[in-house]
Design a protein around this ligand. Structure first.
Ligand SMILES: [Zn+2]
Length: 243
């Protein structure tokens, strides 16, 4: 069976001198692994389209539950020569997140849009790096079934007080009067940023600005929340923190 789809290469693994096993976040099939042979021969058109962080259009062939890449044409490559290690480490972390949390063998358009937009803003340097990290972490949690409840205080229902407290274990919110001051303290800026990331329409997702000290704190919160919810150890995140 032949399948045409588009996708982002999340992982590449060389096999022998000339072949490659790639993991793709594809629009129509979600996360799949596909075998690409002969990718490193000089004339291979499949080569650039099967590299890590390539967004490519693919022609795949499926046989006995295995996918083979017949053709891969790169449409955008998210690894610009000028990107620093900091940016590249976050890009690879996004790939690890996607591989874990995106649907497998089923359509994944929402996830692919999130990844492509986050990588675009990240590699173009158009937004604060910690803000992009926080948006990606919290939004991917939200769309994959780990959505926190930030509508109001889980005890008295208050929508907003000067300070609210977020519990990353269960994703709940308490106001300053109901909380015993556990969890992350949220000022109005950070709380409204978190609400924006969770509840906004996708086309408005990246359209907010917060001071850089708030975005760094926000990224600590979203990271902790994601780690609690997924109970997963991300090697790429360790690398980012080691820089
Ligand atoms: Zn309350």
């Amino acid at each position: 069976m032949h399948i045409a789809t588009e996708g982002l290469v999340l992982r590449e693994q060389d096999i022998g001198d000339n072949d490659r096993l790639i993991t793709i976040l594809s629009r129509d099939l979600g996360v799949i692994r596909a075998y690409a042979s002969g990718v490193k021969s000089i004339k291979s058109k499949r080569d650039s389209g099967t590299c890590l962080l390539s967004f490519s259009s693919f022609m795949l062939h499926k046989k006995n539950d295995h996918y083979r890449v017949n053709e891969a044409v790169c449409k955008h490559f998210f690894m610009e020569a000028g990107n620093d290690l900091f940016v590249l480490s976050i890009a690879q972390y996004f790939c690890e997140l996607a591989e874990l949390l995106c649907p497998k063998e089923s359509p994944a358009d929402t996830f692919l849009r999130l990844m492509l937009n986050s990588l675009y803003f990240l590699t173009e340097g158009k937004r604060d790096l910690f803000q992009i990290k926080a948006i990606t972490e919290l939004r991917i949690c939200t769309v994959s079934g780990y959505c926190p409840d930030l509508i109001g205080c889980s005890s008295c229902g208050a929508f907003e007080k000067n300070l609210m407290y977020f519990n990353p274990n269960d994703g709940s919110l308490l106001c300053q009067d109901c909380s015993e001051r556990n969890g992350f303290q949220l000022n109005r800026t950070v709380l409204s940023a978190m609400r924006h990331i969770i509840y906004s329409e996708f086309n408005r997702l990246y359209a907010f600005e917060i001071p850089s000290e708030d975005s760094k704190y926000l990224s600590e919160i979203t990271e902790r929340y994601l780690l609690y919810q997924t109970e997963h150890h991300f090697k790429t995140l360790d690398f980012f923190h080691s820089l």
